[in-house]
Design a protein around this ligand. Structure first.
Ligand code: IYR
Length: 235
């Protein structure tokens, strides 16, 4: 069979169902214009550390999680759990635990000279008040294994890649909704698994404080790499 034979897919003898799929037709100019508009929109996204205390409706987080959970995943295993924390006491616990670890990072020498130099423009230190101030913290867990109702487990595939894509889509959804976040990677934050009642088959992947930027919010004056620095074209 020809490699380009459309009729090689789906396999004619498959026992599984395939359903039609299409996208609205756009002409080439519209495709390019939509891409440029979206790129401009995304270029406006920034990670923030200065959140407003303005509440965010639960429904907004639900929508962002639904968008993220539409991500592609290895063998469509959807190996993610989004734990949405709005409880102030739990947020305070997460902050306290994060600060304990980060104090060790910054003041206990876990961050070496080169790393310290790389972080300097971001102006970070061990203090993480935003983990309490943001109205929601979404902790994204990767499911190392799947679990059946009877408690038995099965393989998940490309877990980090899948969860990383879902994380990107979560960030994109929030930005599109006028919300901001900071992807905070738990460095040792294993305590989150038990503190948030997750099974031992799951590991925290990233912590996302979510909210509106504070009116006085500032961000580091960073530049993004140009297209020709991030892409290579073989035409
Ligand atoms: N986890 C620390 C340090 C840190 C590391 C990286 I890589 C960053 O991009 C930002 C911070 C902290 O959260 O401060």
């Amino acid at each position: 069979m020809d490699a380009f034979d459309l009729h090689a897919y789906p396999p004619p003898d498959s026992e599984h169902r395939f359903v039609p799929h299409s996208l609205p037709h756009l002409d080439d100019e519209a495709v390019v214009a939509a891409g440029r508009d979206f790129a401009a929109h995304m270029t406006n996204r920034r990670s923030i550390r200065m959140f407003s205390d303005r509440p965010v409706p639960r429904e907004a987080i639900e929508a962002a999680v639904a968008a993220a959970a539409s991500a592609p995943s290895g063998a469509h295993m959807q190996p993610w759990t989004f734990v949405v924390v709005g409880d102030p006491d739990l947020k305070a616990d997460i902050r306290a635990a994060a600060e304990e670890e980060e104090r060790e990072n910054y003041e206990g020498g876990r961050i070496g000279e080169e790393w310290r130099h790389a972080l300097a423009p971001l102006g970070t230190d061990w203090r993480k008040p935003f983990l309490e101030r943001a109205p929601w913290i979404v902790v994204l867990f990767e499911q190392r294994l799947g679990t059946r109702e009877d408690g038995s487990t099965f393989h998940h595939y490309y877990v980090k890649e899948s969860v990383g894509i879902a994380a990107g889509m979560f960030i994109t959804a929030l930005h599109t909704m006028g919300l901001a976040t900071l992807p905070h990677t738990p460095s040792p934050m294993a305590f989150l698994t038990s503190a948030l009642g997750r099974p031992s088959t799951e590991r925290p992947f990233a912590v996302f404080p979510v909210g509106f930027p504070a009116p006085e919010c500032v961000v580091p004056d960073l530049e993004r790499k140009a297209l020709d620095e991030v892409s290579v074209w073989l035409e």
